[in-house]
Write a protein that binds this ligand. Sequence first.
Ligand SMILES: NC(=O)c1ccc[n+]([C@@H]2O[C@H](COP(=O)([O-])OP(=O)(O)OC[C@H]3O[C@@H](n4cnc5c(N)ncnc54)[C@H](O)[C@@H]3O)[C@@H](O)[C@H]2O)c1
Length: 334
Amino acid sequence: MTIRIAVFGAGRIGAVHARNAAALPGVEVARLVDPGTDATALAREIGAQVGTAAGTLADAELDGIIIASPTDSHAELLLAAAERGLAVFCEKPVSLDFPTVVRVTQAVEAAGIPCMIGFQRRYDPNFRAVRERIASGVSGPLEQLLMQTRDPAPPPRAYVARSGGMLRDQAIHDFDQARYMLGEEIASVHAVGGALFDEGIAAEDDIDSLMVVMVSASGRMVQMANNRRSPLGYDQRLEAHCAREVLFVENRPATDIRIAGPEGARTAPPMDYFISRFAEAYRAEMAAFAALIREGTPPLATIRDGLEAQRLAEAARVSIRTGRPVALTPGWMP
Ligand SMILES: NC(=O)c1ccc[n+]([C@@H]2O[C@H](COP(=O)([O-])OP(=O)(O)OC[C@H]3O[C@@H](n4cnc5c(N)ncnc54)[C@H](O)[C@@H]3O)[C@@H](O)[C@H]2O)c1
């Protein structure tokens, strides 16, 4: 059976998802919707039609949609998909407004549509192998989880203005990884953050530097360090300190070449950014979306995971503002 899907948003990540989906056997990207840019070249490349949102959502032959448009359009599209009974792959975050995230999650769950959220690190072979090794019990209990996420350079100010801030836009991946690796909920969040170097980010009342300490429901510990720039390029690492062994996910070098001379040796810098670093994960996400539609295979990241990761981002915002740790009771709202 061929699955017919539509992609909303043909920008940075939408183009990646559209190409990956179109390359899968038995998947047809039938429509590409992007009112803000000329998507005809991409549509031609993958054999899709450029469509309007209304015309696409009314297409009775459609099995699912990929939402890769700007964050402020996700909630409306998710609700439309829930109403129509379409499967959805939605990029993070669901909305910049947390009560809307809760409302849309409830609507999607009540409709029972197949739905997954774009936490691609869960599909990265390395992060996934660490998670599976911890879950197998071989490593012993995970006691302390340390993560670094540093972008090579700050995003443009226009992006910052619509992003919802570093916590909801970038650090949300680490909040998700904390829950994924621990396999349980977080009970408290203590964050410090500030704009240490980027005036544009400061002018948007956002932060460029962040540190977070969290404690899980059973008392295990998480530490995050996030930054909007890094002198070494895209710096994205993890250390899982378990009772019997320590698991490291290191940066992946752009090449395996080591250059040696009289002054010592150099290795290649890390892969330049998330599009190259997570190329395999993005491909695996689309294969998982097809399997979700075709066989009902549960995805690694549900809309509930999107909600819970964002709850942690919201708690971190409150913690930064008040200078105090935030205790998370079930259903905590900012
Ligand atoms: N998981 C990840 O690794 C990852 C990476 C990047 C972006 N994202 C998320 O993906 C989303 C898009 O980010 P991006 O960096 O690709 O942005 P982008 O600005 O590069 O692309 C967004 C595209 O959507 C189009 N668009 C605007 N309104 C639309 C609408 N109503 N319907 C359809 N298309 C519309 C724009 O014209 C643009 O081409 C954001 O929510 C972002 O948080 C996730």
